[in-house]
Structure formats: structure tokens, C-alpha cells
Design a binder for this molecule. Sequence first.
Ligand code: UDP
Length: 239
Amino acid sequence: MLTYKRILLKMSGEVFKGSKVSGIDFEVLLGLAKRVKKVKALGVEIGIVIGGGNIWRYRDNASKGGPSLDRVVSDNLGMMATNMNALAFVDALKAEGVDAVALTAYPCEKAMKTYVPAKAKKYLKKGTVVVFAGGTGDPYFTTDTAAAMRAVETNCDVVMKATKVDYVYDKDPVKYKDAKKYTHLTYAEVIDQKLGVMDMTCATTCKKGKLPMLVFNLNKVGLIEKAVKGEKVGTLITL
Ligand code: UDP
């Protein structure tokens, strides 16, 4: 019996660059695809949102005084970056024998289908891994918010947000030895304490959608399997 039957896995684009300065390391993608395959083998329906931070992110390129791209143009680049990552990851999944499809909210019809919720739900139901690309399809948002929106629209049981640390902390645990770890939080606490684990639009979307989020360490192999089976892992954020 699975605690979470349908999950939305959110990974930052950063993960895809491996040890490269930027771009996509296909070896890393194949490794992640193998891990997704193991989770799928448990009978879990899997949606995935990947960020674009390995290629382009608005905040990394915003002006520090000099000339810079228009915000909307910059965000468009970011959304295109998520399309690139999704295409590459679906290729890696297929190379590992996993049935997968990319659906994008930022249409790119020569390479992938456009996201339509009903279509996505059909794929999920038949066990196809759905990689949701293009973020929300609109500027001024993040892929965390896209993950919350896609999860709500396709009736996922949880958003699993992959990070580099084991839990949500009140401050950066790498910089501060006395950082306090949380194993459980409410969205109200995340919002009131402005905890940096997600942006506020994402937090309010999850809250409105009554959608739990599990924040876990992607560097530790096997945690997704544990979590879907109901074992305590990372920080659980609920209403
Ligand atoms: N982006 C956007 N709308 C969205 C999602 C993303 O405009 O709905 C743009 C935005 O510029 C963002 C970039 O795409 O900086 C990459 O997304 P994000 O920063 O969420 O990627 P991650 O940090 O997860 O790799």
C-alpha cells in the first residue's frame, strides 16, 4: 500500500549540469532516469517538473547596475531552458526503457506536445512518466510554482521537492551551525517566517490546493521510495 500513489517530483535545473559550469550532463540524466525507473516499478505514477537554472535563470542574470535584458525576455529564456531540460530528460528516461513524455506550457510544437491537464492525467494513469516543461508558461513565476500548479491540476498526492539538504532549516545549515531543522511545517509557518524553501506564490498555491510538500535530499539515493511507502523522510509541509 502506497502512501503517495501519484507524485510530482520537482528538481532544480542545477542538478542537470553535474560538475559542468552550465548545460546538461547526459550521464547525470541517465543516473536520475534509473532512479525514476525504480520508483515507477513500485507502481507510482510520476510527474516531473525540472527548472532551468543550469541554462538560464532570471535572477542569475538580473542587472547588478549595468544594462540587462528586459525581465519578460529573460523569463522567456528561462522557460525555454526548462523545455530543453525536459526534452533531454525524456530522452534519458526512454534510453533507460521508461515510457515518458514531455508536455510543455511554453509551446514548442516541433519537439513536444503542448500541456493540457486532461492529456497529462491520461498519461499518468497509464503509467507514462510526464515531464512538465515550460514552467507555468508565463513570466514572473518560478518552476516551483509550476510544480504546485501541475500537481494540483493533475491530482498528485504530493509535491516532492528535491534539494541538496536533508530538511528545511530556519537558516542556511551550511553557514550556521545552530540552524534549526524542521521535520514538519505548515504552509502558514513557511509564509509567516518567510522560509526560503520555496517562493510565496508556490506556498500559497500548495496551501489553496491542500497539497502536501515533502522536501528531501536528492543526493541520498532511495529516499523517494521510502517516502512513497510512508517512511519518515525530510520535511513534510502541510496545511
Ligand atoms: N520561469 C518563468 N516562468 C515560470 C517558470 C520559470 O518565467 O513559470 C523562468 C524564470 O526566469 C526562472 C527560469 O525560468 O528564473 C528558470 O526557472 P527556475 O528559476 O524556477 O529554475 P530552477 O531554479 O528550479 O532551476
